[in-house]
Design a protein around this ligand. Structure first.
Ligand SMILES: CC(=O)SCCNC(=O)CCNC(=O)[C@H](O)C(C)(C)COP(=O)(O)OP(=O)(O)OC[C@H]1O[C@@H](n2cnc3c(N)ncnc32)[C@H](O)[C@@H]1OP(=O)(O)O
Ligand SMILES: O=C([O-])CC(=O)C(=O)O
Length: 381
């Protein structure tokens, strides 16, 4: 094999493999899941339907959906052993550590752990989909000294997730459930992003699905990727959220903050994207969901901060927001602690990761690039 010396730092612009799971097209600013525009899916489909679409390549028939919904509803409860493992972790650790540990425990306990046949992989993906919300919900509650809430099988995925976290009727109001469902659909899949690529690298060694998802969670945690939704909220907090303020006043303070941050050469999380250079295809849909939450909770000043930062970044650098930008304040308004935002991203992205694990396994080649050595020349001891 001849060694190429051209280095593509960060693999930017490198096409590594085919995928039929999704198509990100920065030219048309579109995102298709298995051929369907994500905006249409977000408007019309449940997250359960979108998960099946990503895994199988087609939207489910009514009977297929019924089967999956029944499976999901009967596998939602937090297993006592997983709860025990979570309880061993301090509440001072990051909730992403809890999510990562829980997936690892779930893998070690799964009957099909070492079976990587297509049927077993799909079964494990469905199990993780069903089991993960209880991990996030319980972790959120224990950090507030609240007891675990059992799932309800009369609720769909999005409703039940909110129920297990908050246990009140206010979070089952259609406006809240819908914004949450939209966020799950939009976060589900995005081709060869860093965490999905991590999952594919791990799968390429023929390791098991839960190992791939555990590694993917590690990659998602960083603020250059999924951790940005949390970081966005820290920015809002640093600027200061003042409920009594008008939208215009909040926007003016946010603009000032952004101008100062950029003059200090700071990177502001929630802006920019490796692939989209002219705006993230998912942002308009997520921004509409955020606006619905702002109206629902009567919190116009938050939209002032949002607009002020966006405008100042656009004016100074022409850099647009990514999906994490509207998602962060949406989860904040719903009442999640800031550190829980990226675990919510996990709950959604489990679908895309596992679809890619199955695709990688179906046409595998070990992922092992080359490096150009630039250390000391050979020397003797
Ligand atoms: C769901 C998701 O995971 S979406 C991504 C979430 N991540 C973030 O929001 C983190 C903030 N954004 C970033 O760090 C970057 O935009 C990335 C990592 C997402 C993409 O980065 P890359 O394609 O590698 O571009 P890179 O970081 O080289 O940026 C190019 C230029 O734009 C600037 N830039 C890019 N994003 C930002 C930002 N958020 N704030 C300030 N400047 C930025 C860079 O400083 C760089 O400027 P320079 O050429 O003067 O040095
Ligand atoms: O595609 C990327 O690099 C990051 C991203 O937006 C995602 O994973 O949703």
């Amino acid at each position: 094999m001849s060694e190429s010396t051209e280095i593509k730092k960060g693999l930017a612009g490198v096409v590594v493999d085919h995928t039929a799971v999704s198509k990100v097209n920065p030219e048309t600013n579109s995102l298709l899941y298995r051929g369907y525009p994500v905006q249409q899916l977000a408007a019309e489909k449940s997250f359960e339907e979108v998960a099946l679409l990503l895994w199988t390549g087609e939207l489910p028939t009514a009977a297929e959906l019924d089967d999956f919904v029944a499976f999901e509803r009967s596998n939602r409860a937090l297993e006592p052993e997983v709860k025990a493992a979570i309880d061993l972790l301090p509440t001072t650790c990051h909730p992403m550590d809890v999510g990562r540990t829980a997936v690892s425990v779930l893998g070690a306990r799964h009957d099909l752990a070492e079976d990587s046949s297509p049927a077993a992989e799909l079964q494990k993906a469905k199990s993780l989909f069903a089991q993960f919300p209880a991990v996030v919900a319980y972790d959120q509650r224990r950090r507030r000294n609240q007891d675990l809430i059992e799932p309800r099988d009369d609720l769909d995925y999005a409703q039940n997730f909110l129920w297990m976290t908050f246990g009140d009727a206010a979070h089952l109001e259609p406006a809240v459930v819908d914004a949450f469902r939209v966020s799950m659909v939009l976060y589900a899949e995005h081709s060869f992003n860093a965490s999905t690529f991590t999952a594919r690298v791990i799968t390429s060694t023929l390791a098991d699905l839960h190992s791939a998802v555990t590694g993917a969670i590690g990659a998602l945690k960083g603020p250059l990727h999924g951790g940005a939704n949390e970081a966005v909220m820290h920015t809002f907090d640093e600027i200061g959220i003042r409920a009594e303020e008008s939208r215009e006043e909040a926007a003016a303070r946010a603009k000032e903050w952004m101008e100062r941050a950029l003059s200090e050469k700071k990177k502001v999380m929630g802006f920019g994207h490796r692939v989209y250079k002219n705006g993230d295809s998912r942002v308009p849909t997520m921004k509409a969901a955020l606006e619905a939450m702002v109206d629902h909770y009567g919190r116009g000043e938050l939209m002032g901060l949002y607009d002020g930062l966006e405008q100042a970044m656009e004016e100074a650098k022409g850099i647009k927001p990514n999906l994490d930008y509207p998602a962060g304040p949406t989860y904040h308004l719903m009442g999640f602690d800031t550190e829980m935002f990226t675990p919510l991203f996990i709950a959604s992205r489990i679908t895309g990761w596992t679809a890619h694990v199955m695709e990688q396994r179906g046409a595998n080649a070990l992922i092992r690039p080359l490096s150009a050595y630039n250390g000391p020349a050979e020397r003797s001891l």
